[in-house]
Design a protein around this ligand. Structure first.
Ligand code: TYD
Length: 209
């Protein structure tokens, strides 16, 4: 049996990731592909419990190091319980965020070495990387505006951070795309959802059955 493909969708707040995850899943299903959609932090029972710890409370609740460990622990459970079993039986997995979020948020913006983030990933999740990672890019002011319309006063510990933090996250994703052009692709997500969905398909065309 062929292994299912593993795709991750990344980007800052309000980039439209969840819409694109849903649309991509629909398109793949229409082509006869078995697909599950999932998200991080979370995606498995254990990881959803850790998500609660990560997303609620004061911005300074966790140190950068503790936070990196919690994200890595959540991911380890998600990979073991959901992602590996699915791809092992030929099901495709689309995850709303994955390890590149840890590299961007805890790593570049949070001040932790990329090598350290990847070492945690190696230990927790055996270093599993997506077959393709799609980074949805929107200008930070548009993303912040969309996220605040969506979340209102319910902004989480991350959305509440300074503008410079979100700028660092955005430039981190761009750097990952430059460093790993085969795996990581940038997509202009300021366009209408239909156009973004088309661009996503172009970037995974070589993986499609
Ligand atoms: P979430 O509510 O899922 O919303 P969105 O993906 O639309 O922003 O928020 C998840 C937050 O957690 C987001 O601000 C990014 C952050 N995050 C990290 O800092 N590190 C990680 O490894 C992951 C997966 C997410």
């Amino acid at each position: 049996m062929t292994r299912g493909r593993f795709l991750s969708i990344e980007g800052g707040e309000g980039a439209g990731k969840s819409t694109q995850v849903r649309r991509l899943a629909e398109t793949l299903r229409a082509r006869g592909v078995e697909v599950i959609t999932t998200r991080e932090p979370g995606g498995s029972d254990g990881a959803e419990a850790i998500r609660e710890l990560l997303m609620t409370g004061a911005v300074g609740r966790w140190s950068a190091h503790t936070e990196a460990l919690l994200f890595a622990a959540a991911r380890a459970d998600h990979v073991e319980k959901v992602i590996q079993p699915a791809i092992g039986v030929g099901t495709w997995v689309i995850s709303d965020r994955y390890v590149d979020s840890s590299r961007a948020y805890q790593g570049v913006a949070g001040g932790i070495d990329d090598a350290a983030v990847m070492a945690l990933h190696g230990f927790g999740s055996r270093g599993l990387l997506p077959d393709r990672t799609l980074v949805l890019e929107v200008p930070p002011e548009i993303g912040a505006g969309r996220a605040s319309v969506r979340d209102g006063a319910a902004a989480d510990r991350f959305a509440a951070r300074e503008r410079t933090f979100h700028d660092d996250v955005a430039s981190a994703f761009r750097r990952f795309a430059t460093a790993e052009p085969e795996r990581v692709r940038l997509i202009d997500a300021s366009a209408a959802a239909d156009a973004v969905a088309e661009a996503v398909l172009v970037e995974i065309a070589d993986l499609l059955p």
